[in-house]
Design a protein around this ligand. Sequence first.
Ligand code: SF4
Length: 288
Amino acid sequence: MTALPLHTRHERSFESNKFVYPVLSRRSEGMSIGVNLNPDKVCNFDCIYCQVDRTTQSETQFVASDRLLAELDATLDLVASGEIFKTERFKDSPLRLRRLNDIAFSGDGEPTTYKNFDEIISTCADVKRRRNLPHVKMVLITNASMFHRPHVQRGLEILDANNGEIWAKLEAGTEDYFKLVDRTPIPFRQILDNITAAAKVRPLVIQALFMRVHGQPPPLAELEAFCDRLREIASAGSKLKLIHVYTVARQPAESFVAPLADVEVDAIVELVHRRTGLAAKAYYGTSV
Ligand code: SF4
């Protein structure tokens, strides 16, 4: 059997860890230490391309912060010593990716729904400070649905003070397509308002995943509407520093979802750049 490219293997556990999982990330261009704040696999979205396996129940239901921090420290030790690149999973890592880029809050659900979100961000920032890692980013990978909550806003401010970066999901231009892809009762308007408000305070990265649904790529009218939403956000005085345009790279939840070809991803990047003037970057599917 052919081994999968490393970027397609984002298993949520490493050795015996329950909350912290190192991955080689294309979008981070290096090693990213993932922190899973949703071990119960509950999410307020139900994206058709989600790769979290919710057909089985997780044995870990709650975040145990002491254990999470111990795992974070131990994993940072492994990366700092280079020992991690002797393990079976990472021994084939390309040299250019053997650098620690970030600690990323994502996991098996939406990280900002975790009730102690601000506290755990603060504690992880303390770990980074204690280890003298100011250059290591703290990346929040989020669907932007909870930015209006006060404790989430506090967490975002702690990220701002600690080399943080927010990657907010936006992959539709209309309410209908948003409901088709992200399958949530949360209104599309709420997501747009949250992104607009958060990006007034600090520049955001937008992560936009497009795919084939039942064999069909996203309609051009939808992609143009997506660009219009980006322009509206930018014209409200909000800053979007980069648009990640990517496609499915791992086995999605639904079998009717498939990756776009590289040329289709490139065409979306070109459209975004032409219609919005914003910087956009392509990340392909299973091709390396
Ligand atoms: S927001 Fe993320 S974790 Fe939640 S369903 Fe979508 S892809 Fe999966």
